[in-house]
Design a protein around this ligand. Structure first.
Ligand SMILES: Nc1nc2c(ncn2[C@@H]2O[C@H](COP(=O)(O)OP(=O)(O)OP(=O)(O)O)[C@@H](O)[C@H]2O)c(=O)[nH]1
Ligand SMILES: [Mg+2]
Length: 348
């Protein structure tokens, strides 16, 4: 028997291990039950799912691949060389959580951004669909794309942890049988679901080792993960500035004549701006007070980027990004060690 929510084998012996259920005839493990009914995490499974295991498993299926990437956390969703790891497989890219990006951003602009990033990461796809599973947008398009490419094979839904795979499958099936939550590592095994005559497979999320999500306490996920459309925070600057994202990350912007810095973050995350010359003092005095939440690990890493006139995004995996335009030649980011930072051509 496997748990209907997360796909892990059910067991009645060890309360502290995955799959535990107090009832021998239960359909859901206790962890899923508590997540679904009380939004309560009894057992964190955020580490430990080896990306190669999932990809090996999927590569052996006769399946079309439905690769889910969260549009808000796009860089973290990329699996470099994925096409090489799944040779000969057709791939549909579902760019999920469309509702988190501003409405003003056109479909064409998002598509052109997605294709340019895929090229960089060596990923080839047959079709792109933008979705917002929670708002039931793009669901019929996913069904149509799967029908077109599956040719009576099954459809394996893969992607980084938290990208929205189980939520997508629930929307496709019109039910709620799979467990979905903001805690990465919700799905632990492989669950098959028949939808409109096609066999779909939910899979465990591929670990997001370099994400801020892994560098905070579970209770702080509410603060850093956006739940509604991000409202851009725009700053016109004429001198060197420093931005604090809670106590989690710092961006220093060296400014020439003038520049614009636009942040795309969860509305719950505290964003503090100060003169660069005051920033060291601010972090020394206010970390853990004004500047919260703080990361679980103290060790930090710095990234620096020298930019030209092109609009640049500074992306912090799992947290969001800043778009910089104008005369700001040097950007320095400090994040918890292990968190990935990417400098890319601006998305918007
Ligand atoms: N705003 C928004 N949030 C979404 C959408 N789809 C999923 N989410 C949220 O994203 C989080 C992760 O969703 P899941 O469906 O559990 O993601 P998953 O890819 O199955 O995660 P793992 O099982 O851990 O790999 C949850 O908090 C969902 O509510 C969407 O369309 N819009
Ligand atoms: Mg899942």
């Amino acid at each position: 028997m496997i748990c209907k929510g997360c796909g892990v084998p059910l067991q009645t012996n060890d309360k502290t291990a995955p799959g535990y259920t107090p009832k021998a005839d239960g359909e859901y493990c206790q962890r899923c039950f508590r997540l679904i009914h009380y939004d309560d995490l009894t057992l964190s499974m955020k580490t430990g799912i080896d990306p190669d295991t999932v990809i090996d498993h999927v590569s052996q299926l006769d399946a079309v691949i439905v690769y889910v990437v969260d549009l808000f956390d796009f860089e973290a969703g990329m699996i470099p060389g994925l096409s090489r790891k799944l040779p000969g497989k057709d791939m549909i890219l579902v760019a999920s959580k469309r509702d988190l990006l501003p409405d003003t951003l056109s479909h064409e602009k998002i598509a052109s951004f997605v294709f340019s990033r895929l090229k960089e990461y060596g990923i080839t796809i047959q079709e792109l669909v933008l979705t917002s599973a929670e708002k039931h947008v793009g669901i019929d398009e996913v069904k149509a794309a799967v029908k077109k490419h599956s040719r009576s094979r099954c459809a394996a839904v893969i992607g980084r942890a938290n990208s929205g795979k189980s939520t997508l499958l629930n929307a496709l099936s019109g039910g709620k049988s799979l467990t979905a939550s903001r805690y990465p590592g919700t799905t632990l095994g492989y669950t098959e679901l028949e939808i409109d005559g096609i066999q779909y497979v939910d899979t465990p999320g591929i670990e997001i080792a370099g994400s801020m999500v892994m560098a905070v306490k579970e209770k702080d996920l509410r603060t850093i993960l956006p739940r509604s459309t991000v409202r851009p925070a725009v700053f016109q600057i004429h001198e060197d500035q420093s931005y604090a994202l809670g106590g989690l990350a710092r961006l220093d912007v060296k400014c020439g004549s003038s520049a614009t810095v636009t942040w795309y973050l969860s509305r719950e995350l505290y964003l503090h701006r100060t003169r660069l010359s005051n920033a060291d003092e601010l972090w020394k005095k206010q970390t853990g007070k004004l500047l919260v939440p703080v990361p679980t690990e103290k060790k930090k890493k710095k990234y620096q980027f020298h930019r030209d006139s092109e609009k640049t995004d500074v992306v912090i995996d799992g947290l969001g990004w800043a778009c910089i335009s104008g005369d700001a030649p040097t950007l320095t980011v400090e994040v918890p060690a292990g968190v990935n930072v990417t400098f890319r051509k601006a998305m918007m």
